[in-house]
Design a protein around this ligand. Structure first.
Ligand code: AMP
Length: 300
């Protein structure tokens, strides 16, 4: 399998493939690959001729107090896993100097994601989504994909990057892959490796919380306050769970909601700490359409 570490070589490779009429899909990752990444790569393989998996732990999306240095890095193992998957895969694993040639501190140009970073994770991770949008734009310029595949697990990221593509007129088709979960429901995450066995067991409440909210929405609960309480009460079952947020927002704008409208697409999301490990989970769902008018017609 080909491993490319330089941006110029990556661009030359992509140009060559494009000139041959081949469709390129990109799967951006920070490595430490797991079953969630595997689903993304398989989706990419079924959507394009060639797939580039980028492995880059992006410093600009980590805050000063966050786990950039402690983030798991297993490049050799990742390359071995990918090598077994398909001969149509190429790994792009640039160093920080390749992606930020003027050095991180000296970088002056970055992507502003507007008020979409004010809610959910963005509220607690200042600069995170600007860092994500900036590095993804750079990855698009380096890898020149036709298709980009992301996980819906990082729901706010997916919504913001879809807006980046739309607003900046990027010629890239966004594909979202549903969250891949362990048997007990916990979403796969590179950070799960940082949980103690006890925390790992307790972490099941994270997915239970968002699914609890989803169920209540489907049953007609419209009040955000009630939905937040459902999520929080599930998370309270575990003493180790420290909730950063539990929220219900509009799925397109990420704006907070007081009362869900009939048929509205919403996102129920949580971020929860177990010790120093922060886990997120979310579900996109749609409120039932208003049955009232139909009922009224039937009655009259
Ligand atoms: P990361 O390496 O954590 O930055 O994730 C790289 C990509 O994998 C992102 O698009 C994530 O949303 C996606 N991803 C991570 N975990 C999962 C999962 N459990 N299911 C589906 N996609 C995932």
């Amino acid at each position: 399998m080909k491993i490319i570490t330089s941006v110029r070589k990556m661009q030359a490779w992509a140009d060559q493939r494009r000139s041959e009429g081949r469709c390129i899909a990109l799967v951006p990752t920070m490595g430490a690959l797991h079953a969630g990444h595997d689903a993304l790569v398989r989706t990419a393989l079924s959507s394009a001729d060639d797939v580039v998996v980028s492995i880059f732990v992006n410093p600009t999306q980590f805050g000063p107090q966050e786990d950039f240095n402690a983030y798991p890095r297993y490049l050799d193992e990742d390359v071995e896993i990918l090598g077994k998957l398909s001969s149509r895969l190429t790994v792009f694993a640039p160093g920080v100097g390749e992606m930020y040639p003027a050095d991180i501190e000296a970088d002056r140009i970055s992507v502003d994601v507007g008020d979409m970073s004010r809610y959910l994770c963005g509220k607690f991770r200042q600069g995170h989504f600007e860092g994500v949008a900036t590095v993804v734009l750079k990855l698009f310029h380096a890898c020149r994909p036709h298709v980009a595949v992301f996980g819906l697990k990082d729901a706010q990221q997916f919504v913001i990057l879809s807006r980046l593509v739309r607003d900046m007129l990027l010629d890239v088709r966004m594909v979202g892959v549903p969250t891949v979960r362990a048997a007990d429901g916990l979403a796969f995450s590179s950070r799960n490796a940082c949980l103690s066995p006890g925390q790992r067991k307790a972490a099941v409440v994270v997915s239970q919380a968002v699914h609890g909210a989803e169920e209540a929405i489907k049953e007609g609960e419209q009040r955000s306050e009630a939905l937040v309480e459902i999520m929080r009460s599930i998370l309270r079952r575990e003493d180790d769970a420290r909730v950063q947020y539990a929220d219900v927002v509009d799925a397109d704008t990420l704006q907070p909601i007081k009362e869900i409208l009939p048929g509205q697409h919403v996102l129920a999301a949580v971020a929860v700490y177990f010790g120093g490990t922060r886990l997120i989970d979310s579900v996109f769902t749609q409120a039932p359409a208003d049955q009232g008018i139909e009922k009224h017609d039937e009655e009259s």
